[in-house]
Ligand binder design. Structure first.
Ligand SMILES: Cc1ncc(COP(=O)(O)O)c(C=O)c1O
Length: 918
């Protein structure tokens, strides 16, 4: 984070990973300081610094409507006239306008504006700036061949198109080249549409190598104007698919419009003769994203005088507002909540279970926004979305490869479906008592083992969590492609509970289920993919060994692939939806064939009384992300980077705390690009993109593992300390860490608060240590050692007992989870043994096997260390005994471990399953 007191600090480079609005404001504030230094002491050399800062900033500031060309030229003039005080004044106002976002309320007309004027609207609260102040604001990028000298006049022409009845207000921003257009799309978070007018050049008019490197990361300039326009459209769609793109051509628009690359365009116009049409099209395009069919109707519904003769007395709120006893609830929530409640599915409210009206439309919009073919709103959290997907797609006896550390909804879904889990293990991070993600090699090996056992046809699904709780992101495309090379119709269920927002980041999108599915779909359509497949087949030869297949990046046969991708996310975890708002997204070529069973799964799990407000919030969350998600996600990442930087560089905090960098979270063998961390000086747009594209695992920058064991706190203790003493809530904990998470809601004030608190806690440790003498130091060191070094080994899944493996293959570990789960319903067939009882050790040595009757899930770490039917190993017992957490679901300390008794197991008729050396 910038330190405005240090004029020698390096300002954030614009090609650095995710410079956001905050970084922009920082640069302006730095300029205030420099200009003031220059004003107070002209001999200090600040003049050179101011001029070089202006030279560096102006090319990118031109990508924004504010402060605009007149103010930027005024700054130059003041610099040339040595008017440092004036520069400081302007920069101060610009900083304030950026920070308060007041520039968005300003219906400016640059023709009339006097740049030296106070910019009144900058400091005005929303609604007071002008008659247009209530209208949402956005910016439109105009890529043009017109010379820059004409841009102000062209801008005036655009502004003259504004009408009082326009629902929104926008400012045009002009660029003259492909490079500048691409950079503007990345850097300007206010953009909602781009107008591409043929005749622009390829190279930036500024000689800015940083901009060039940004643009070159995504587009190779091509000869030919028309090709360039479509190429630009394609590049823009890749980074910001939500933007509406318009092409204005003087050529054969009929031909251009018919070209496949024109798919990226919303409309093609002939010349500029239809400027008003273009203006209306821009407004309509934004309006399409702005519409929230269900929420819009709900607002109307709440205004209507409706008599209710159905259940739900709370609807309309009369039972509340007339009551002496519960009126405070009405006062607390306000009347609208009750006016907007109904158990009816009429009046346009539609039915979540059989959507045919507004909910259907809202879901279609969500599907478009999130890049899927279908979207389903779910009002009972992703816990339910996962169970729906698992039940819809798996039948009894089907094998599902699943990360043992996945959320419990998957395990329970598998129990309900009667499918057989084949647990694949994530790489352990023993030092921090947590797991990473499942290596692709492990997944491929499981598939190849199934194949060797002649059971591959039973493997229906791969079910993984992306990203994991702690931030490990899969290379979703590579995982799917390589698995499809072994089993071309494998279904993928990606639990992206925490990762829904990633769709709106150009870095993260390719790593989402739908981002990758779209890329694979395009690849399947490309005739060259068959060639690539056949080439690899020739290279592999007949009957390649498993080792060869494990070592090779496998290419699937595009003619055989059936792309079947499902994604769930908790909209409420990363976007503006109410708690439990979740979505299930589908991109499945076989969906028509499974639609009926999918509906059954929805009927099984969905409440018949879904909450209207939840549905509305899903609709609204989609709207927000499509219109401002790009900037919001930038902000979340910027906040995370600020926290990471502040903790790493603070001399006191860094003595006791650290956030694990990417290279500590992801072993080197999974970081093929050599990426080490976001904070490394060499890290920039290009290195991050390479890592995101190539590496087996990446780290979500917004998920920060803060190690607190080095400050002698275990995770649970530290979480409690933050909550009770400082009103800071954090996410999950491990033995020696807590998970901090930034989201679209965080501000830099939150960062400042967190840093202050960490300083205070660090100071407190320092004073305890200095006042407590050697004893205090010894106790502290011992505690740190216990938390950081004496960590228990993480137990892998052992295997299912043979009683639950009757039809299993020899090489893999799947089992009948459902049968084991229901075995626990027979109380007489279960036994309890206390964890400390030496009987456990005797049974581990001499048998009979200890077989868990339950899921046992300690919090933290939150993954099941035992599942029903699992033979309990020495490692699992050791881990349990070392655990010092209080909350262990499925385990009652007073009774002990719940086991399926040897007699009950024998009664099931054990048929020892074949075992092959793997
Ligand atoms: C990976 C994962 N999937 C699913 C869920 C459940 O989501 P929800 O809380 O929306 O039911 C969680 C909850 O923490 C989770 O971590």
């Amino acid at each position: 984070m910038s330190n405005s007191n240090d004029l020698n600090h390096q300002p954030t480079r614009i090609d650095q990973f995710f410079p956001g609005l905050g970084a922009r404001a920082d640069r302006w504030r730095d300029l205030v300081q420099l200009a003031e230094t220059w004003a107070s002491d002209p001999r200090e050399g600040a003049e050179v610094k101011v001029k070089s800062a202006l030279t560096e900033m102006i090319p990118t500031e031109e990508f924004h409507a504010y402060p605009g060309s007149q103010l930027l030229s005024a700054l130059w003039e003041h610099a040339e006239n040595n008017e440092a005080r004036e520069i400081a004044n302007i920069c101060r106002r610009v900083t304030r306008a950026l920070l308060t976002r007041s520039y968005r309320q300003n219906d400016r007309n640059e023709d009339e504006a006097d740049p030296s004027d106070e910019i009144a609207a900058e400091v005005m609260p929303p609604g007071l700036g002008s008659a247009n102040a209530h209208r949402p604001y956005f910016e439109v990028l105009i890529v043009t061949g017109a010379p820059p000298a004409r841009w102000p006049a062209l801008g005036a022409e655009w502004r003259r198109l504004r009408r009082p009845q326009d629902p929104f207000i926008y400012e045009p921003v002009f660029v003259g080249s492909l490079e500048d257009a691409f950079c503007a799309a990345i850097l300007n978070q206010d953009l909602a549409a781009v107008v591409i007018q043929e005749g622009f050049s390829v190279r930036s008019r500024n000689d800015a190598p940083i901009l060039r490197s940004l643009a070159e990361a995504a587009i190779e300039p091509q000869a030919g104007v028309k090709a360039t326009a479509l190429r630009l459209a394609d590049a823009l769609k890749n980074v910001r698919p939500e933007l509406d793109l318009y092409l204005v051509s003087t050529g054969q628009v009929e031909v251009t419009a018919g070209e496949p690359q024109a798919d990226a365009l919303r409309r093609v116009f002939y010349a500029v003769e239809e400027l008003l049409e273009l203006h209306l099209a821009i407004l309509e395009g934004v309006q399409e994203r702005n519409e929230t069919p269900f929420f819009d109707n709900l607002k109307k519904y709440a205004q209507r005088p409706i008599g209710t003769f159905h259940a739900l007395p709370i609807a309309r709120g009369k039972s509340i507002f007339k009551s002496d006893w519960i009126r405070d609830m009405g006062e607390f929530y306000g009347p609208t909540l009750f006016l907007a409640e109904s158990s009816a599915t009429t009046g346009g409210l539609d039915s979540l279970l059989e959507p045919a009206g507004n909910i259907k439309k809202a879901q279609e919009k969500a599907a478009r926004a999130f890049g899927s073919d279908h979207a389903f709103f779910v009002t009972n959290g992703t816990s339910t979305s996962n169970k729906m997907a698992v039940q819809a797609l798996l039948a009894p006896g089907d094998i599902v490869l699943v990360d043992r550390n996945c959320h419990k909804s998957h395990h329970y879904g598998i129990v309900l479906a009667g499918a057989q889990p084949l647990y694949v293990e994530a790489f352990p991070m023993t030092e921090y008592s947590m797991y990473g993600a499942v290596p692709l090699r492990t997944i491929k090996k499981a598939l190849l083992d199934l194949k060797a056992d002649g059971r591959l046809h039973r493997a229906k699904m791969l079910d993984l969590t992306n990203c994991t709780f702690d931030g490990h992101i899969y290379n979703t495309r590579r995982v799917m492609e390589e698995c499809l090379a072994i089993k071309p119709d494998l279904i993928f269920l990606w639990d992206e509970a925490w990762f829904g927002f990633a769709r709106f980041s150009p870095f993260l999108r390719g790593r989402t289920a739908m981002g990758a599915a779209n890329e694979i779909e395009a690849w399947l359509d490309d005739p060259q993919s068959v060639t690539a497949y056949e080439r690899q087949q020739r290279e592999l030869g007949d009957n390649p060994s498993n080792d060869t297949l494990l070592e090779t990046r496998l290419v699937p046969d595009p003619r055989k692939v059936k792309l079947r991708v499902y994604h769930t996310h908790s909209t409420h975890k990363s976007m503006s939806a109410l708690r439990q708002g979740s979505m299930l997204l589908v991109k499945d070529v076989e969906f028509p064939a499974v639609q009926a069973q999918f509906r059954e799964a929805v009927f099984t799990h969905a409440s018949t009384s879904p909450n209207q407000q939840l549905i509305a919030s899903l609709d609204v969350a989609r709207r927000q992300m499509e219109l401002e998600g790009y900037g919001l996600v930038h902000n979340a990442i910027e906040v995370a980077l600020a926290i990471r930087h502040a903790i790493a560089t603070h001399p006191l905090i860094s003595k006791y705390f650290r956030i694990l960098p990417a290279d500590k979270m992801i072993p080197v063998e999974f970081r093929e690009s050599g990426f080490t961390d976001f904070l490394d000086p060499g890290t920039n747009w290009s290195t991050v993109r390479t890592s995101m594209r190539d590496d087996e695992f990446c780290l979500d920058p917004t998920r920060m593992t803060l190690v607190c064991g080095t400050a002698a706190y275990d995770g649970t203790q530290f979480k409690g300390l933050l909550a009770q003493n400082y009103n800071i809530q954090v996410n999950k904990t491990s033995r020696n860490s807590v998970l901090l998470q930034s989201n679209i809601n965080n501000t830099r004030s939150d960062v400042a608060h967190l840093i202050r608190v960490l300083v205070e806690i660090s100071r407190d440790i320092e004073s305890r240590l200095s006042q407590g003498g050697p004893n205090a130091r010894e106790a502290f060191d011992a505690r740190v050692k216990s938390l950081m070094t004496d960590v228990p080994d993480l137990p892998n899944f052992s295997h299912f007992h043979d009683a639950f493996r009757h039809d299993a293959g020899g090489r893999t570990n799947e089992g009948d989870l459902r049968a084991a789960f229901y075995a626990a319903y027979d109380a007489a067939g279960c036994e309890y043994i206390k964890l400390a009882d030496p009987e456990i050790d005797r049974r581990l040595r001499e048998g009979p096997d200890l077989v868990s009757a339950n899921f046992v899930i300690p919090y933290p770490p939150g993954f099941p260390i035992m599942v029903p039917g699992q033979v309990i190993s020495r490692e699992t017992i050791d881990f349990m005994r070392k655990l010092d957490v209080k909350e262990i679901h499925g385990y009652e300390a007073v009774r002990g471990l719940k086991l399926i008794s040897p007699d009950a197991l024998a009664a099931r008729g054990i048929v020892p399953a074949p075992r092959h050396a793997a």
